[in-house]
Design a binder for this molecule. Sequence first.
Ligand SMILES: [Zn+2]
Length: 117
Amino acid sequence: MQRNLRQQLVNALSNLIPPACPDPDMDDTPRLDACADENEYASRVVEVGMQLALRRRMETRRAEIEEAITRMDTGEYGVCEDCGDDIALARLLANPTARLCVHCQADRESAPYRRCA
Ligand SMILES: [Zn+2]
């Protein structure tokens, strides 16, 4: 089963970065003098911002997948990082990069709301 999950992760990794995504290290900041008017400039600013956000999200996802593959190599895959219990197979099949069991994940997600109560 872990071999199938590993293959799923490797496939996901190879499908991550579409070539149209900008490189955040390249300066492709829109310039007002290169645009026909302020509306085009505003559209370009929004477009570049969205592309950078997408790229950041993909880089985060890439890191999550690479970390999951590393955990497979070290034998730590499928073990909850909070409680040490096994993560349910159904959860790993649905989310192969899961680092927490469903109970610990739920605890983390509800924690901010408990502080406000
Ligand atoms: Zn747990």
